[in-house]
Design a protein around this ligand. Structure first.
Ligand code: SF4
Length: 510
């Protein structure tokens, strides 16, 4: 962890609405619990800790440099902050023995006491994964978990100990997915044909989900790579891509594996946690120091958090272009933020976030047809620069543009004009009546000066579809003015009235 982490977090909070943290090292939290203060201030309420081995011995095997005392100290600090959720991630290596399992059970009992005493409401999840021996790590030399039955007992014991003590138990992946992942990670070009044939037959695997004949895939991968891949390997074993530059030296990895198989963990290059182990990652071999938590950073963070609690919100229209139509809502927001910064770089500090306004006719009706959506834009401080820019310009990017809200586009009244070829006198009116009835809307009709008015019954307006409609028809041109509710979809009305030619109808806000 960077020694200036508290300054970095305070700085990031000045430019981003949310600053989140992924999983973190328990030994650092044990030594620097003040880190939790800045995380809590940043809004963190859920913690993920990578514990890895289920016992001190297994953590030494995985070179985790973390003993139970440090782990419990860190977890005590976390529970004292009353988090909403705590997730501990463990790895099953297949080497766990009865002593390891007993130690895990004792640990769970100690954790239960901490939880009850400090944070009984905290949802605590114990997530287990099977160790995938990855290339470019010491574990590439280790035997892989090959037989699902060999871990069945271990898994069963862990599950029982978690659940009987009130902790949720989760397995991160199933055995077949694990076996395919392990093969793809350590296998070489010899597996190419097998994987390619599997895909040609419609098989699919994204690292977590698999479709297709899993067992056939596993046995073909096994015969393609031979037994060598799953056994213990020595320094002469040739791993795929091992000549790539930048990876730690193979001799270093093998030395570390030899320490691991003897359950020896000589720590790592953090002052107080060990020495330089010669990974080749830096030239000066200087030991790292613990991160500092500066008082001034905490004070600065407190002020920023207060400002963020009262953001200034303004609205603008975002038009999504054809290329951006299938973006997820989150991706749209990311591209909107990017477009704002590209056009008005001075907003980097003040701009916080944007989100589509929900249940607004401009966003759900008119917008749905024309790709124009109403968005809320949040600013820490003033929004004047943003609004001033939109007064004179449009923010235009390849995927979208942002413009100020025109009075014509918000509101809930639209005029639909189209050609109507049906010669029968009440053809169009009947179609409209059908639409109202099909959608459960009762109505009154009156006719004045050639205009037919439909007033939807008060109780049916609660459906928030239509309030009223006014219909004019002159020769082959029909014009329909509608007042809509927030659940209205203009496309469904157009399709009902005009069938396949619905896109020819002209729609404008009135
Ligand atoms: S070489 Fe550098 S990074 Fe690697 S263990 Fe030594 S001090 Fe740490």
């Amino acid at each position: 962890m960077h020694t200036g982490i508290s300054r970095i977090i305070a700085d990031l909070n000045e430019v981003a609405k949310f600053v989140n943290f992924k999983s973190q090292r328990a030994d650092i939290i044990a030594l620097r619990p003040e880190l939790l203060d800045i995380e809590i201030l940043s809004g963190k309420r859920t913690y993920t800790i990578g514990v890895e081995g289920i016992s001190d011995r297994m953590r030494r095997y995985l070179h985790k440099s973390l003993n139970e005392l440090e782990l419990l100290k860190a977890l005590e600090h976390i529970y004292a902050k009353k988090p909403r959720q705590l997730k501990l991630f463990f790895m099953i290596t297949g080497l766990e023995n009865d002593k390891d399992l007993k130690e895990f059970k004792d640990f769970i009992m100690k954790l239960k006491r901490l939880k009850i005493g400090l944070s009984p409401g905290c949802r605590t999840i114990m997530s287990f994964g099977l160790l995938v021996n990855l290339p470019f790590t010491p574990m590439q030399f280790a035997p892989t978990i090959k037989d699902p039955d060999s871990i069945k007992q271990i898994k069963g014991d862990l599950k029982r100990d978690c659940e009987t003590n009130g902790f949720e138990f989760r397995m991160a992946q199933d055995m077949e997915e694990f076996q395919v992942s392990q093969h793809i990670a350590l296998g070489g070009f010899e597996c190419f044909e097998t994987i390619s044939d599997f895909a040609k037959k419609g098989g699919y695997f994204d690292g977590e989900h698999i479709t297709g004949d899993k067992n056939a895939l596993i046995s073909s991968l096994r015969s393609a790579s031979g037994e060598g891949l799953s056994g213990v390997k020595d320094e002469s074993y040739v791993f795929p891509f091992e000549n790539l530059r930048g990876a730690p030296a193979k001799s270093f990895l093998y030395r570390m594996y030899n320490e691991a198989r003897n359950f020896k963990d000589s720590g790592y290059c953090l002052l107080g946690k060990g020495e330089c182990i010669g990974c080749g990652g830096c030239e000066d071999r200087k030991l790292s120091r613990l991160p500092e938590v500066g008082k001034e950073d905490i004070e600065r963070l407190k002020k920023i958090v207060e400002l963020k609690k009262k953001p200034q919100t303004v609205q603008a229209v975002v038009t999504i272009k054809e290329q951006g139509r299938f973006l997820t809502p989150e991706a749209k927001c990311a591209f909107i933020g990017r477009a704002v910064f590209e056009h008005i770089p001075s907003l980097v500090k003040d701009y916080l976030a944007c989100r589509q306004v929900q249940n607004m006719p401009a966003s759900k009706g008119y917008g749905f047809l024309f790709g124009r959506f109403l968005y809320d834009f949040e600013f820490m401080g003033s929004s004047d620069v943003f609004m001033g820019y939109l007064e004179k310009n449009k923010i235009d990017s390849p995927l979208l543009d942002i413009s100020r809200v025109s009075e014509k586009e918000i509101g809930n009244s639209f005029r639909i004009t189209s050609v109507w070829k049906d010669v029968s006198k009440y053809g169009f009116q009947n179609m409209l009546q059908d639409f109202l009835l099909e959608n459960g809307m009762g109505f009154d009709i009156r006719k004045t000066d050639g205009v037919t008015y439909f007033e939807v019954a008060a109780k049916d307006r609660k459906k928030k579809l239509l309030n009223s409609a006014a219909l004019r028809q002159e020769n082959s041109i029909v014009s329909l003015e509608i007042e809509t509710g927030s659940n209205f979809s203009i496309v469904s009305l157009l399709k009902h009235l005009f069938g396949e030619e619905w896109m020819d109808a002209k729609v404008e806000a009135v």
